[in-house]
Design a protein around this ligand. Structure first.
Ligand SMILES: [Zn+2]
Ligand SMILES: [Zn+2]
Length: 454
């Protein structure tokens, strides 16, 4: 049966619950009506569609002339637009804003603690992400209490993506980040003990950073899995990937993006067979750097000033003054040499590919990192439909472990966005987000509650 003519489906369970539960007020109803719908499944888009939401769940999806829109629903007109599941970024750094130079940024934050406590930075990033249509994300590295706190602020209604957070990462290469961002592993037992401590504190995932031994990986993965928590590993070279993979690391981050030749066929096949997702994070240097050299005007986004406020805005812009000399990009020539070959191994190899961006890193902004990451895949041979599915359903199910997220179907969590145009013809229209609904709450798009106040 062609999807265009499929029957309107309704989540009977959700409606039944609504009818029997004693509610102070009827669940809020929101309808997105008129545009094309990409559901997040491998099927043709539905044209002139409607999506009906009650409370935080999607209750009906179908052609607009078949979905009955209740009179008390708030209607968002999506005529001429494409509706799709809220985007998910599986590698986010909310503590960063895209500033060009880490040591300088952290010193600046230290000097401006009063006006810019870390909580303010996290709130800025949260807002940038959700307004860009990123309705869920996995934050991989931040001081523990601050990141748990922002996750809670967002849960209580502050604009921002639904978050899974790692807190500080485990490493044997203490990086230029402050001590509160990382734990210096001294032994496998020490790694396991720190995993326990993080789990007790309430993190959602563990991030294993660099320099860890094979024994470290085995110890920390075993402990994390005992606690029901997935492990993300930050890994590049063949040996580290092999060690992390053999130890049972759940999500392989950064793989193939550091100026190294593609992995051995054996390793690629093992990863493909395992079904464990790879998050190649390809855009942030090998493509970002030449793009920014060709068009430095991309840095002059007029919205930054309002989003970051002064003096952070001026500080960030000043950090880009000598863009080609930034330390972060000094190995980019090697990365570019292998970038396409490395990327092709994932596009053609049958691995589960997850879209994550490492956003917040230099000039890799929360507001545009994800569609740019997806565009690199599409430009190198991935179908736009697969890129969208990877950034939605695959990210929800295979990375976040959430089966009620990542598609626009009755019964699923109500995360739906609308973009201006057809992303199947031009993936960059994902950068033009007009409507954002998360958990049934409208964050962008008239008639939004915020728009009424003005
Ligand atoms: Zn990393
Ligand atoms: Zn990262």
């Amino acid at each position: 049966m062609h999807s265009m003519f499929r029957k309107l489906t309704v989540a009977a369970a959700t409606l039944a619950l609504g009818a029997t539960a004693v509610l102070a007020q009827a669940p809020k109803k929101v309808a997105l009506v008129g545009g094309m719908l990409i559901t997040g499944r491998e099927e043709q888009p539905l044209h002139h569609a409607a999506v009906l939401i009650e409370g935080n769940r999607i209750v009906a999806v179908g052609p607009m002339d078949q979905v009955k829109i209740p009179a008390d629903a708030t209607v968002l007109d999506t005529t001429n637009k494409t509706m799709l599941p809220g985007l998910i970024d599986t590698h986010v750094h909310m503590v960063l804003v895209g500033h060009g130079d880490y040591p300088r940024y952290f010193k600046w934050l230290d000097d401006h603690k009063k006006d810019y406590p870390l909580s303010r930075i996290l709130d800025i990033s949260a807002k940038q992400l959700i307004l860009a249509g990123v309705t869920s994300g996995v934050d991989l590295g931040a001081p523990l209490q601050e990141i748990l706190d922002v996750r809670e602020r967002i849960k209580k209604g502050m604009p921002g993506p639904r978050l899974q957070v790692s807190g500080p990462w485990l490493t044997r290469h203490v990086a230029i980040f402050p001590a509160s961002y990382q734990h210096d592993v001294t032994s496998p037992a020490d790694a396991a003990a720190f995993v326990d401590k993080l789990a007790d504190a309430g993190v959602d995932v563990i991030k294993a950073h660099s320099g860890l031994t094979r024994e470290d990986y085995f110890a920390l993965v075993q402990e994390a899995h005992k606690r029901g928590i997935k492990v993300h590993a930050h890994i590049y070279d063949e040996e580290s990937v092999r060690n992390a993979f053999d130890a049972g690391v759940d999500i392989l981050q950064h793989v193939g993006s550091a100026g190294l030749p593609p992995y051995s066929e054996q390793l690629q096949n093992d990863i493909a067979r395992s079904g464990r997702p790879v998050v190649p994070t390809v855009y942030h240097r090998a493509w970002l750097y030449p793009e920014t050299i060709d068009f430095p005007e991309r840095l002059d986004d007029p919205e930054f000033k309002e989003e970051l406020g002064e003096p952070l805005y001026s500080e960030m812009m000043d950090s880009f003054k000598n863009f080609p000399s930034l330390a972060y990009f000094q190995r980019v020539d090697r990365e570019q040499f292998f970038a396409q070959k490395s990327l092709k191994q994932w596009i053609d190899g049958g691995e589960v590919v997850s879209m994550g961006t490492d956003n917040g890193t230099p000039a890799n902004f929360h507001k545009d990192a994800l569609w740019r990451e997806m565009k690199v895949f599409v430009d190198n041979g991935m179908s736009p439909m697969r890129a969208i599915i990877d950034a939605t359903r695959v990210n929800a199910r295979n990375v976040m472990g959430m089966r009620d997220l990542g598609t626009v179907e009755p019964g699923k969590l109500a995360d739906v966005i609308a973009v201006d145009g057809n992303p199947l013809a031009d993936i960059s229209v994902l950068g033009r987000v007009d409507v954002v609904v998360k958990d049934g709450v409208i964050y962008k798009g008239a008639p939004a509650p915020a728009a009424k106040k003005k």
